[in-house]
Write a protein that binds this ligand. Structure first.
Ligand code: GLV
Ligand code: MN
Ligand code: MN
Length: 431
């Protein structure tokens, strides 16, 4: 088997890219909120996109199953029945008011890889690959519903924690109850776990979610590592009192403490640490115009290339909050809801992604870009059981987690070619 794709009719990749874009539009219509895209874990929309994905998996010849964590899986066996699988994929869940490509494009591109690699070609070069191919549509990467990200991929990695069962969504539904409502049995979560010896690796294509490729004027990049992340829910406690009758020297205003905390996060993260911190949620209680806020809740998301600097920044923020709250007569505490170590992409998978991208470039072109991912991905969890590699696609203006999120059909077409070439280079290494 050649480590390269043969000459194919010129429209093969653009046609695949057109199908991917049309399906991104189709999935965007599966939303909980008309006019906006929102699709969260264990919702009716989750069930609907799994059914669509399963249909498309069967169309390219895969057998399908939904695992014990609601991940939708397609499998194309190798000629050797016990051969391990190369897992391809990404996620189908979204943030609130999402774009249509984050995660989704990676699942749909993976299906096009399967279609390409098993299509009969004139010189009959294709399968058997030395490994099975799996496409996984992960069910919860974003953590939108329960605050804890990577639930789907953590189940596959066998790193599910029983502490998560009591997490609640905004309506007070626990994760355990949501499992049952979706038709899943919490007692069987362990069945979603995969063993390292079943897998040869995990490869994911994803939009960059930042401006680097757009600024460089390049379509595709090799990902070197995925950022380390921690998320917290912070509670600040003061005292609720009458807005008119309470003089400033008697106020213990929790919202003002939270506001100073958000500014401290920015000030500290803008320092020398190369950590990005975001306060994306802020709520005051009891939430009336004529009451000094007695309690405030805020979220904190910290990302960085290295776990150590991320943790030092959290320590610095904590010390700063002690000071801020002390001066204002407030108390504060934090609950950690997500902690994911940085994941380095495996040298072999980085290499095959690089080879794959080079196949799309003119001979003698510069080396493809290598980028560290500031965004989180399912590979952060899957890295616990197998090697991870990622391919980034240019994201115009770097805008993501927003309805204007975009990717060009030309870049998707190049990305499909690069990913297919990467799989063949990996196959050549495995023979
Ligand atoms: C997921 O997209 C994340 O990085 O938060
Ligand atoms: Mn996302
Ligand atoms: Mn994503």
């Amino acid at each position: 088997m050649s480590p390269r794709l043969p000459e194919l009719p010129p429209d093969v990749f653009p046609a695949a890219a057109r199908r991917v874009m049309a399906r991104c539009d189709e999935l965007a219509r599966v939303t909980a909120t008309p006019g906006r895209i929102e699709r969260v874990y264990l919702s009716t929309e989750h069930a609907r996109v799994n059914r669509l994905a399963a249909e498309w998996m069967r169309e390219v010849g895969m057998t399908t199953s939904q695992d014990a964590a609601g991940n939708q899986i397609g499998r194309l066996a190798a000629s050797e029945p016990h051969a391990p699988a190369l897992m391809l994929g990404s996620h189908l869940d979204t943030v609130p008011d999402a774009g249509r490509f984050d995660g989704i494009v990676g699942v749909l591109m993976a299906l096009e890889i399967v279609r390409l690699l098993r299509a009969p070609h004139a010189d009959g070069w294709i399968s058997p690959l030395p490994f099975a191919l799996e496409v996984v549509a992960f069910s919860d990467e974003e953590g939108t519903r329960f605050g804890k990200a990577l639930l789907g991929s953590s189940a596959v990695a066998g790193t599910w924690s029983d502490e998560w069962w009591s997490l609640t969504d905004a309506d007070g539904t626990t994760l355990r109850e949501a499992f049952r409502e979706f038709g899943l049995d919490p007692g069987r979560i362990g069945e979603a776990a995969r063993r390292p010896d079943e897998l040869v690796g995990y490869l994911e294509a994803h939009i960059e979610q930042g401006p680097e490729l757009d600024r460089r004027g390049e379509s595709l990049a090799v990902v070197s590592s995925i950022a380390s992340a921690r998320r917290f829910q912070l509670v600040i406690e003061g005292e609720a009192r009458h807005a008119g009758g309470t003089p400033y020297d008697m106020r213990r205003d929790a919202l003002l403490g939270a506001s100073e905390a958000a500014l401290a996060v920015e000030r500290i993260c803008r320092g020398e640490h190369h950590i990005i911190g975001t306060v994306g949620q802020l709520e005051a209680f009891p939430g009336a115009v004529n009451i000094v806020p007695g309690e405030a809740h805020l979220s904190l998301d910290l990302r960085g290339e290295y776990d150590g600097s991320r943790d030092r920044v959290w320590d610095e923020i904590s010390a700063d909050l002690d000071g801020i709250m002390g001066v204002r007569g407030l108390r504060w505490h934090a609950r950690e809801v997500h902690n994911a170590a940085a994941v380095m992409c495996a040298p072999l998978l980085r290499d095959v992604v690089r080879e794959g991208i080079l196949e799309t470039l003119p001979r003698g072109a510069d080396e493809p870009a290598t980028i560290f991912s500031r965004a989180g991905h399912d590979g952060m969890a899957i890295g616990a059981i197998t090697d991870v590699g990622m391919l980034f696609l240019r994201n115009p203006d770097g805008i993501s987690h927003h309805p204007d999120e975009a990717v060009s059909i030309g870049d998707v077409s190049l990305g499909i070619r690069a990913l297919a070439e990467s799989v063949l280079h990996l196959a050549a290494e495995h023979r």
